[in-house]
Each structure stands twice: as C-alpha cells, then as structure tokens.
Design a protein around this ligand. Structure first.
Ligand code: ADP
Ligand code: MG
Length: 990
C-alpha cells in the first residue's frame, strides 16, 4: 500500500517537473521558429554571440532557450543530409522532439533523465553539451564503450560542427598528444575508464605539466549512468606496475595442500548428502532423524554451497523447506554452540553470500599435521607480555619481539592466502566467473558476460585463482594511482546522467551523488505487454519452455531477443536451439561494433538473437518490415537478474517509440536468485509439495515475491558499494591533498616555495622535538642531534651557541640561512634546468611515498577485517590508522625533500661549483664558520691548508650524492613516464 502511494506521489513529482519545463519548451520553439529564416552563417554566428554574452555576465540559464533553439534549428537544417558515422553513411532524420527538449533541460540542471530506450538520448545530450561548452570549458559525455564514444561523437559531431564547435573522442590506446588534443576540443566523448585513467595519469604520474592531457572537470553527462555508477562502481580504477621488492608468494606453496583439503571436504560433504538422503527417504522417519538429516544438509551448504547433489536435493520443496528452516534456526543465538559444532566438523566453511572462507580446527590439522597452530593468528600482545617477563637483556627482548612480530605477519599472510585459495576453489567457477585465455585469468563481468582484460580481483584473489589454475602467477604489483569511479565523477562541477532505468536506484543516486532522478515521458505512448513470469521446477524444464516459445514466435515471423545472465547460459541455449533447428545468432560480446551491427538486425522478421542482458546496449533495435503486424519484438528473459534494473533494461529493448512488443521471463527453482534469496517466503510456500517436473507456474503474486527477493539483493549490493565508498572517502581526502601539492609543483615554474614550506615545517617539528618552546627545554643530547641533523642536510654550519632565542625567531633565522645557501646554489646551476630539478625533488618524494602509502593502506584494509572482532567499528579503526599513516607519509615526504635539496644538481659540474663557492663564501664569513658538512663532503677537493673543523662539533658525512640525469631514472620494464601506459623500453626508452 505504502509503495503504491509512494509511486503515485513520485509520479506526480515527475509530472510537476515536466509541467515546470513546458513554458521553457515553448520559448525554445518560438526562438527556433525565428531562426528558420537565418542563413547558415547567421545561425553559426549565434555560437560566438552566446559566448560573448556569457563573458559579459549572462547566466547559462538565461541563454538556454536560445542555445537549445540553435541546436534544434541546426538539426533541422541537417535533415536529409548524408552523414558519415563509423565508416557508414546515414541520412540525418532527427529534429528534437519536445520531450527531448525537456530531457535536455533536465540534464543541464544536473539531474538524471530517465528516458526509455529508443527515445533518442544521444540527440538529447547535444543540447546541454552545446550550452555548457560555451563557457570555454570542456563539456564531456561518458559512454559505456569505446565504440559508442566514437559513434556518438561522429554522429552528433555533424550537428556540433554545423554550429562551429569542435568535438573529439578518446579511444583506448590513444597516444597522449592526441588525447590532449581531444580534451582540448569543446566537447569530448569517451568511456568512464579512459577519463578516469587519464585523471590518474595526469595527477599521479605525469612529471611535467605538458604531459597532462585533461583540461578541467566541468560538465559531464554520463550515458547509461546506472551501468557506470552502479554496476561498475565496485571495481576501482588502478594504475599499477611491478612492485620494487618481490615478496615470496604464499599461493604456490599453499595451493597443493589447499587443493587436497578441498577434495577432502568434497568427499566429506558427499558423504553427508548421501547420509541425509538415506534418512529422508526412510518411510518411518522419526522426528530426530529428520533433524539429523537437516543438519547434515546444512553442513553441506556451509561446506560446499555449490555442491551439485545438494542442489538436486533442493528440488524437493519439502526438503528445501526443511533446510531453510534449520538454517534460520541455527543462526539464532540460542543455537550458537551447536552451529559452531557443525562448522567444526567440516574442514572449512564458506559463506557464499558474504564471500568468505574460514578454516576449522580439523582443517588446520589436515593442512599441517605437524603444527596445527601454524595457521592460527598468534596472540601478539600476550606474547609481548611473556617476553617482558623473561630475565633477558633489553636487546634480547627487543629481538624476541621483533621475531614474534615477523612470525605474526607471515602467519596472517598465510591465513589470508588460504582463505583466498578456498574461495577460488569453492566459489569461483572457470568459464562462469572467469575464463583462461593465453595462460591468463580474465575476469568475466557478471552483468555483461564480457571478459575484462587487464582487470584483476584485488586482495590476492586473482593470484589465488591463478594458483588454482596453475597458470603463471602475475608478479605482485604496486599501486601507482587509484580512484573509484564514484570519486572520479564527484569531482565534476556539474554532473548529469541519462538512462532508461534509474528509478529503482534513485535513493543511491541521491545519497551518493546528490543526483535527482526525473522520469521524462515518452514521445509516443508505450504499448509494451509485460507477461507474468513462468516458473519451472528445473532448469531443464525452463529451457525447454524457452525453446518452445522461441520456435513458435519465429515460425510466425516475430523476431526474438533472448537475454541471459551469463555467457555460459547463452551457449547452453544456443546448443538447444541448434538441436531444435532454430536459426539464431549469439552475441558473445567480443567486439562492440560487430555486436552493435548484430543487434541492429535483431528486429528483422524471424530473427532470433541471444545475448547476455546488457550486450549491445546503446544500440537500438528497429523493427523490420511486417514485424509490427506479428506483434513487434519479443523479449525473452531466461533468468531474473539480481537487480530489477537490469531486467527493466532487457524489457526496454522492445517497444521503442510506440512500437508493439512483448516481454516474458522464464525462471526455475534452480536459478541462483531463487536458490539464494527466495527462501522461506511466499513463493516457496506456494510451490511447496505441489510442483511437479515439467509443470509451469504463473501468477501475479509470484512476480511480487521475486521482486522482493531482488530488492533484498539490491540493498545488499548498495551497502557493499556504500561501504567501499566510505573506505575510499578516507583515501580520497588524502589523495586530494597529495595531488594538490603535486599539481602545485607541476604547474609552478619553480617549486621552490613548496620546498621551503616543507623545510620550514620539518624544522618546526624538529625544534619542538629538541625541546624548544617546551617546558622542559632542550637537553645536551637533543641539541646535539638537532645540530647533527641540520648540518648533515643543509650547508649552513650551525653551531650550538647560535641555537638560542625564542623558537619562532630561531625558525625564521634557520630558514633564512638555508635560503641563502640555496641562493648560492642557484647561482651556479643551469637556470633553465633548475625549475625541472625542483619539481623533480617534490614529485619524486611524493610519488615514492604515496605509492608506498597506497600499498600500506590496502594492507590496512585487509588487516582491519581480521581485527574487527572486538566491539570496535572497523571503519573508525581504519580512519584512525589511516590518519596516522598519512601523517607518517607527510613526514617522509618532507624529510626526503630536505634530504634531496642540496644533494641533487642539474649536473655534476654545477654540483662541484656549488661546493667551491660555498667553501669560499664560508671563508668570507670568517674562519670559525668552516662548514662541517661541507668539509666532510669535499674532503678530496678541500685545499690542504683548510683549517680543520672545530673538534667540538661531531663529524658528519653527507651520504653518497646522487646526480640527477636528464630524466628521472626509469627501469626498462617500468611504465614510461610520458604516461603512454607502455613500458619504458617500448616507448621513450626504445
Ligand atoms: P536511446 O539512447 O535513448 O536508446 P538513441 O539515441 O540510440 O536512443 O536513438 C534511438 C533512435 O531514435 C535512433 O535511431 C535515432 O535516429 C532515433 N531518433 C532519436 N531522436 C529522434 C528524433 N527527434 N526524430 C527522429 N528520430 C529520432
Ligand atoms: Mg543510448
């Protein structure tokens, strides 16, 4: 009831928005009518006029009606023209409809326009893109794949260029100078990952301003926004390369014992199943025996959730219900102990919903009979207390603690690796979750069924799967730069989106991106018929019915589009159709362009097309001749997707622009969604006991039950994404700070100011540590170490008697002295190269420590998970630790800058000159001021008659000096610093 009211209310709210837009639409059309009498040149001149008016302070909203009118009028002038799009010739036949103008207003206002498939969103986007690019900043459109970026930019490009605008598109593998050119244009099309990676390269990797390619993050429309911000949001963008130090991989070592363990478990659960069946099939089964059987089934579920025999068992609704009931009961606190016992009878337990795996006591013993504790987390605090109690020397205790800590690290890494290997074996199925190609493990996208080359599961899972499959385990990598898709898009001043399906996820869009969803009415009323779902007992029955339905339709000449959830299912169905003699096409999602062409033909008479749910998105299906008469396109779903949105997308493929069409879903009790989430509720009650093999069930109520199961999954996935974001928010703030400093250095001619700021901060910290400005004051040792540090880092030869006065003045004096020394250095350096050197000092310090920090943060994420059993909230623990890590990072960066300022030079000659001059100037200041650091460093070249340093000062040596090369040293296999993404040896190092 409530949801019904809400829908009504929500509907009213959308209508209100549309009504609000009507007067603007009228004005746009009035202007457009006026423009019809202009010459082409006069129309084109509007663009410059608008630009000028914006410069004079007019607002975008004020010129919107005229700007939209100009675009619409340009479209009108193009009608009938032959335009080239992706090497094909098309005839332009579009002039913006009124609802499209409303969509355009909605996008300009930074909302999500929900417009059904085929409503012409590509054309809608031209209106706000044109308008928002007029301010002189880059207006961008994000598409789901490279092909669509090219297609839409070329297609709409005719319209833009008619109005005197430039448009470009970013493609994979595009070299960076071309990218820069594309971003330099008024409007740029590209995919989310290309944009995101360019951002990361610009801010985290480019070492020169000229290497950066993006201009700004001003206005962006995300096409198919749900697909990008929701489906893809769980995989962050990561630029990574080989880690500098190679750690030993525990996966190879642990794979054989874990594989054995998995086999043992398999035998164990098979025995349980057999025992359970034997009991359940007894005619005079007692209540106690029933209970025993139920617990055995539950153990199978805990130990091997995807066990085939168990699944077959679950086809019996009575048994299924028994298991569900027992499962729920065992989760109550009351049965905690028994639940624990059940788990301890298994070698390990797998939590399918939460993707986790844990070893039990017998599992640990089976893995390491000699030392079952090898895979138990040592209790570090107690161990430390024990060590403290020993009669050892402090050094021995320290060594013992260190050893304990190292052991702890090794064990926690092993436990982690085992858990990932167990998951890899028990939950990740080859050709479902991943495929093997050319000896590599490639992830299959669960939504699209596409393989995603280059993407890797994080947290060691990928290595675990590689170990399982016996392919080469890719070297451990170091993260150079990373950002989540969510955080990338939150950088835009104005963000908007369009899709056919946003409504079900409106809360998420609002909570995370502050984006409101507005439903735009269709141009023609939609006359699609959505049939009730049909439910079967087994998959086999289901597919049988699907094939029958397809056969019937295609005999009538009605085209059919069949949506599947995985590639594997597409193939199963294809084999069945072949046997039934039905000619069909399978989209296996390898090439977007080819795929688009196949999808275009999916509306022809009698054609049958099988595709994973989202393959060919963005390409609309036009009906062939005579197809309307036989009912238009028939869309058949072979499984409900986890999220209602994806189902809506599939349904939306038919009945575009008022066409006829029909959709129907076929389900079975064996489908994942039904198996996992449709437990113990209405639907299974209905089917209880009565469902026979081959029988078909169909009722409105069932649709509701299934929807509520989907809602459950959607919510669960939303909280996973939200959690990911909460964690990433921490890193995001840190990234902003770091990239801010880095960009500051990159964009200044001279990074001197940043360097001296850092030095000042470091000095302030050190003065404080030495006791300045503190109650207890300085001590001889603290002073000595401060002087030691100062003199070993800066050629300013400080003496203890000079370090007096209040801390503020002292700080100023010290900084001033360092600046003077630096001025001397500048006088001998190659001035042209000095700016580069300074930038290098800052950037090198940042990159080195930031990358290390990223790795540490990843490890922190992992260990927080292990630590989180107390009452503490892992997220706040994480935040606290992250803050400490970040402080440490900043300390390290500062320190490295202090260290390298006087130890790098643009060339060796300059370096030697520096010492000569510093030596002379020091002498000019008086003999007592002989710089100790310098004396030590220039021993060889110091004149023989140089008076020795005052014996009271400790002797300090400068560590070996690094002379900077033309470019920073890059390993041959490292990524090229130009940002091309290629290895150095294949790019600038060739
Ligand atoms: P969407 O992205 O909303 O699914 P597309 O942008 O792919 O839709 O457009 C679908 C089809 O509608 C295209 O073939 C396009 O040529 C056509 N179309 C869009 N707008 C118009 C219009 N105003 N007049 C005529 N045809 C249009
Ligand atoms: Mg589209």
């Amino acid at each position: 009831m409530l949801s019904f009211l809400f829908k009504k209310f929500a509907g009213r709210h959308h209508r209100k928005y549309v009504e609000k837009c009507r007067p603007i639409v009228t004005r746009i059309n009035e202007h457009e009518l006026g423009y019809q009498s202009l010459t082409d040149e006069q129309l084109r001149a509007k663009t410059d006029e608008f630009r000028a008016r914006l410069k004079q302070g007019e607002m975008l909203d004020q010129i919107l009606p005229e700007a939209f009118a100009a675009v619409k009028n340009a479209a009108r002038r193009l009608v009938g023209r032959k335009v080239a799009v992706c090497d094909h010739e098309l005839s332009w036949d579009m002039v913006h409809f009124d609802v499209q103008l409303i969509g355009g207003i909605c996008l300009h206002e930074g909302r999500i326009a929900e417009m059904a498939t085929g409503e012409g969103k590509t054309l809608v986007a031209t209106l706000p893109l044109y308008l928002n690019s007029l301010v002189g900043k880059n207006a961008q459109l994000v598409t789901v794949n490279d092909y669509l970026a090219r297609r839409d930019s070329e297609w709409m490009g005719h319209l833009y260029s008619f109005l005197g605008l430039t448009v470009g598109c970013i493609q994979q593998q595009m070299p960076s100078d071309l990218r820069r050119e594309m971003y330099g244009r008024d409007i740029t099309y590209g995919t989310a990952s290309e944009f995101g990676f360019d951002y990361l390269r610009d801010n985290g990797m480019a070492t020169r301003k000229d290497d950066q390619v993006q201009r700004d993050h001003w206005y962006c429309i995300v096409d198919e926004i749900d697909s990008i911000l929701i489906d893809e949001a769980r995989t962050p963008l990561i630029i990574s390369g080989p880690a500098p130090i190679e750690r030993e991989q525990p996966f190879t070592r642990l794979r054989p014992p874990v594989a054995n363990l998995v086999n043992d478990q398999m035998r164990l659960v098979n025995r349980f199943v057999t025992e359970a069946v034997a009991l359940l099939e007894k005619k005079d089964i007692t209540e106690e025996e029933r209970q025993t059987a139920a617990l055995k089934m539950l153990q199978v579920k805990l130990g091997m959730p995807k066990n085939k025999q168990l699944m077959r068992l679950m086809e019996n609704p009575e048994w299924r219900k028994l298991l569900d009931k027992t499962d729920v009961e065992m989760h109550s606190d009351f049965n905690k102990e028994q639940n624990y016992k059940l788990k301890e009878e298994l070698f390990f337990t797998i939590d399918e919903k939460n993707h986790q795996a844990d070893l039990s006591e017998i599992g640990r013993t089976r893995l390491r009979p000699d030392d079952p504790d090898a895979f138990m987390m040592p209790d570090l605090p107690s161990e430390f207390i024990e060590i403290e109690k020993r009669p050892d020397t402090p050094e021995e205790k320290e060594a013992a603690k260190l050893a304990a800590q190292q052991r702890y690290e090794v064990v926690s890494e092993d436990i982690h690796a085992i858990s990932q290997l167990l998951r890899a074996f028990a939950l990740y199925e080859r050709d479902v979750e991943y495929v093997i190609q050319d000896g590599k493990v490639l992830i299959v996208d669960e939504n699209t069924g596409r393989v995603m080359p280059g993407r890797r599961w994080s947290d060691g899972l990928h290595q675990a799967v590689e170990a399982k499959e016996g392919v080469t385990i890719e070297r451990e990598t170091r993260t150079y730069a990373t950002v989540t898709i969510q955080n990338y898009f939150r950088m835009y001043e104005k963000l908007a989106g369009m899709t056919g399906t946003a409504e079900t996820e409106a809360t998420e869009f609002h909570e995370i991106y502050k984006l409101a969803v507005t439903q735009i009415p269709t141009n023609q009323p939609c006359i699609r018929i959505d049939k009730n779902d049909s439910i079967f007992k087994t998959r086999r029955d289901k597919y049988g019915a699907v094939v029958k339905q397809i056969q019937e339709a295609s005999q009538r000449g009605q085209p059919v589009l069949v949506g599947t959830v995985t590639v594997e299912q597409s193939e199963v169905l294809s084999r069945m159709l072949k046997r039934a003699g039905v000619i069909h096409t399978v989209l296996n999602a390898k090439f977007h362009q080819q795929e688009a062409e196949i999808v275009t033909r999916a509306g022809q008479r009698g054609s049958v097309t099988i595709a994973t749910n989202m393959a060919g998105r963005g390409t609309d299906i036009k009906l062939g001749e005579g197809v309307r008469e036989v009912g238009g396109l028939l869309v058949v779903g072979t499984e409900r997707h986890e999220s209602r949105r994806v189902d809506r997308q599939l349904r939306g493929r038919c009945s575009r622009q008022g066409d006829p069409g029909m959709t129907k879903f076929f389900l079975s009790l064996e489908d994942d969604l039904m198996r996992l989430f449709l437990q113990g509720n209405l639907a299974s009650k209905i089917m209880e006991g009565q469902m026979q093999e081959g029988e078909e069930l169909e009722h409105k109520w069932l649709n509701h039950s299934i929807q509520s199961a989907q809602k459950k999954v959607e919510q669960q996935n939303f909280s996973i994404r939200k959690r990911l974001l909460q964690y990433d928010d921490v890193l995001n703030k840190q990234r902003e700070v770091i990239y801010g400093i880095r960009n500051g250095a990159l964009h200044s001619e001279r990074a001197k100011d940043i360097i001296f700021e850092m030095i000042e901060e470091e000095l302030a910290v050190r003065l404080e540590t030495a006791g300045y400005g503190e109650k207890k004051g300085t001590s001889a040792t603290s002073l000595e170490s401060l002087i030691g540090w100062l003199n070993s880092h800066f050629p300013i030869s400080v003496k203890s008697e000079e370090l007096t006065g209040d801390v503020e003045t002292l700080l100023k004096q010290l900084v001033e002295r360092i600046k003077q020394s630096y001025a001397l250095k500048e006088s001998v350096e190659d001035t042209a190269a000095l700016g580069g050197l300074e930038r290098y000092i800052v950037i090198n310090a940042i990159d080195h420590h930031w990358q290390e920090h990223l790795t540490e943060m990843e490890e922190l994420r992992r260990s927080i998970g292990l630590r989180s059993y107390g009452q503490k909230d892992p997220l706040s623990e994480y935040k606290g630790e992250a803050f400490r890590f970040f402080e440490e990072l900043m300390n390290n960066v500062r320190l490295q800058i202090c260290t390298s300022l006087f130890r790098s030079a643009t060339n060796r000659e300059a370096f030697e000159n520096l010492f000569a001059i510093l030596g002379r100037s020091a002498r000019l200041q008086g003999p007592a001021a002989a710089p100790t650091a310098l004396a030590a460093a220039t021993q060889a070249s110091a004149p023989a008659d140089e008076p020795a340093a005052a014996p009271a000062e400790p002797e300090i040596k400068l560590p070996s000096i690094t002379i900077r090369r033309e470019t920073p040293k890059v390993g041959r296999n490292d990524p090229c610093p130009c940002g091309s993404g290629k290895k150095f040896k294949n790019c600038h190092g060739a």
